[in-house]
Design a protein around this ligand. Structure first.
Ligand SMILES: O=c1nc2n(C[C@H](O)[C@H](O)[C@H](O)CO)c3cc(O)ccc3cc-2c(=O)[nH]1
Ligand SMILES: C[C@H]1O[C@@H](n2cnc3c(N)ncnc32)[C@H](O)[C@@H]1O
Ligand code: SF4
Length: 321
């Protein structure tokens, strides 16, 4: 099996968020948005990377202090600023992947041209207590966004968060919902099976983590119901050893960064590629990929604006399909 990864730089653009997920240690009640030059410093530091991962709280510009902040800097709304930063990333030779939470179709259309791919975790396709204060985690809202990304032909990453109060049936059902979206629109490039990892100071700090057996079961089911060309991603910093997951069908480990931590799970540092390779023990091969998977490069699912970068990277040895 070939296991792929992308070299990225993680940009935690803002922690301001209209949702309050009980498991989240990323969101902050106070705080603002990163300045463009702070973002640029990260982009500059990301010498060996090909991906700029933009992750932020949802609907931050529903707050008037964020709108003020944006207006003072000449931006109409948050998407306007994100597009500006996406362009900056491209100028630094990086391909943007934006995970903005639930956004409108119009916002997605504006982001499309400057993103190699976009993402949104479904989390679970059922309503759960941990999302009681998170309007943006309503399954129908998330499914709508994933569907619109398909209509707009945006290569897309989604996935499930395992161990947040769902039952096994809920999990399998959620994976079936994603498989249906993948079948119908063909835009899903990877499905993350992410384990909940407790965060100090959150309502779920003492909530148990899902067992390895439950995680493997979910990976196996994902592999079974998803089309063959959809990768199953396992976060390598949240599990002890990826090998049993690869044996169960996982074939991607997402973005790994040499310059930034995983800001969502900062207490879990990235394992080195050497360590991952050692644990794969020659049985599986590790290979770098871009944030847009090869089949979407072949199908031309990218804009004129990104064409020079994507085509240059795709021609390099190692990224070939
Ligand atoms: O470093 C991380 N990357 C996360 N990624 C990024 C991912 O590792 C890569 O950027 C993608 O595989 C694209 O190459 C996400 C991307 C999404 O679209 C949705 C959710 C996630 C979640 C994480 C995460 O928890 N940590
Ligand atoms: C970007 C993604 O990060 C995931 N995420 C948020 N909080 C946690 C946590 N405590 N443990 C694991 N994953 C988490 C969610 O699935 C979100 O959609
Ligand atoms: S997981 Fe995302 S949507 Fe939920 S509170 Fe955290 S930042 Fe907001």
């Amino acid at each position: 099996m070939i296991v792929t990864y992308s070299r990225n730089v993680f940009i935690p653009l803002t922690r301001v968020c209209r949702n309050k997920c009980y498991y989240c240690g990323f969101r902050k009640d106070d705080g603002l948005v990163m300045e463009a030059d702070e973002v640029e410093a990260l982009l500059r530091a990301a010498k060996n990377s090909t991906e700029a991962l933009f992750t932020f709280g949802e609907g931050a510009d529903e707050f008037s202090h964020v709108r003020e902040w944006l207006k003072e800097r000449g931006f109409r709304d948050l998407t306007d600023f994100v597009v500006f930063l996406n362009r900056l990333a491209v100028r630094h030779g990086l391909l943007p992947h934006t995970n903005a939470g639930v956004i409108s179709r119009e916002e997605m259309r504006r982001l499309k041209d400057w993103n190699a791919s976009m993402g949104l975790m479904l989390e679970q396709a059922v309503e759960l207590e941990c999302h009681a204060e998170s309007p943006g985690k309503k399954p129908e809202e998330r499914i709508r966004v994933i569907r619109e990304a398909g209509r707009l032909e945006i290569p897309f990453t989604t996935g499930i968060l395992v161990g947040i109060g769902e039952s096994r049936e809920d999990r399998l059902y959620s994976l079936e919902v994603i498989a249906d979206l993948a079948d119908n629109y063909g835009h899903i490039q990877e499905v993350i099976v992410q384990n909940f990892s407790p965060k100090k100071g959150t309502r779920m700090e003492s909530w148990p983590q899902p067992s390895i057996e439950d995680m493997i079961d979910a990976v196996r089911y994902a592999r079974r119901v998803l089309p063959d060309d959809v990768a199953v991603q396992i976060p390598p910093n949240l599990v002890e050893d990826i090998t049993p997951f690869v044996d169960a069908g996982a074939n991607d480990i997402g973005g790994i960064s040499e310059v930034t931590p995983d800001y969502i799970n900062p207490e879990h540092p990235w394992p080195t590629l050497e360590k991952i390779e050692r644990s794969l023990n020659g049985k599986h091969l590790l290979r770098e990929r871009l944030p847009i998977h090869p089949r979407f490069v072949v199908e031309g699912w990218y804009s004129e604006a990104l064409a020079p970068l994507i085509e240059a990277y795709s021609d390099e040895e190692g990224y070939r399909c």
